[in-house]
Design a binder for this molecule. Structure first.
Ligand code: COA
Length: 196
């Protein structure tokens, strides 16, 4: 899948913009900058130190070898990103993808999370993944609202599983069946660029 592939605006949603594949060279800094706030000021991320741009380059490279990582640009600026990654390393989990999304705080509630997830889920289905899962530090009405709006169902809550900023935090899990009703044996998930 080309990194230049874009989804034009004009689909009736609130914010015009384009969605495209992320690349390490082009998007690491912008994605890191969006993420930094959530590391520094919130328990949305359980990281304690803001990662470097080089670290983010490595994350994008590693992720895009097997899973999608997409960004949304508005007026030429990256304002949000979403990606999927391996949920757990054991073999039988390989049709399950863990999904994550971060939007620049100036652009919340403008339909960007929904658009990024819609595209991310299309790509995961194309690659042959069967289940998407998301872990959300609670409370997070925005993230819970987005996942519910996308059709995710609640699975359960790990109570007091993370310690950050002098407090214990719960993490709720949500899941979405990507190919409902299909109980057939799965084919091997394809790499992102072979999935069309
Ligand atoms: C969570 C987040 C990704 C949502 O993205 P967004 O672009 O603001 O969401 P959208 O505008 O696409 O909203 C889509 C739907 O999600 C739900 N939603 C979004 N924000 C919500 C909020 N604050 N409260 C309740 N529901 C919300 C609504 O159903 C909304 O549809 P509507 O606007 O038609 O009512 C964004 O708020 C964000 O980046 N938060 C900080 C980082 C984070 O929590 N990431 C998730 C980690 S698990």
């Amino acid at each position: 899948m080309s990194s230049e592939k874009t989804i034009p605006a004009g689909d009736g949603l609130a914010t015009p913009g384009t969605i495209r594949d992320a690349t390490a060279e082009r998007d690491a800094e912008a994605c890191r900058d969006i993420y930094a706030l959530y590391v520094r000021d919130t328990a949305v991320s359980f990281e304690e130190a803001i990662p470097s741009v080089e670290e983010f380059e490595g994350r994008i490279r590693k992720t895009t070898a097997t899973h999608p990582w997409i960004v949304m640009e508005v007026g030429g600026k990256v304002v949000g990103y979403a990606y999927a990654s391996q949920h757990r390393p054991r073999a039988a989990y390989r049709w399950t993808a863990e999904v994550t999304v971060y939007i620049d705080s100036h652009y919340h509630r403008a339909g960007i999370g929904r658009r990024l997830y819609t595209e991310l889920l299309v790509r995961l289905r194309r690659q042959g993944f069967r289940l998407a899962v998301a872990g959300i530090t609670l409370p997070n009405p925005g993230s819970v609202g987005l996942h519910v709006a996308m059709g995710f169902e609640p699975v359960g809550v790990y109570n007091r599983i993370g310690w950050k900023f002098g407090a214990w935090h719960d993490v709720g899990w949500w899941q979405l069946d990507l190919q409902p009703g299909r109980n057939t044996p799965p084919r091997e998930p394809l790499p992102p660029d072979e999935s069309i």
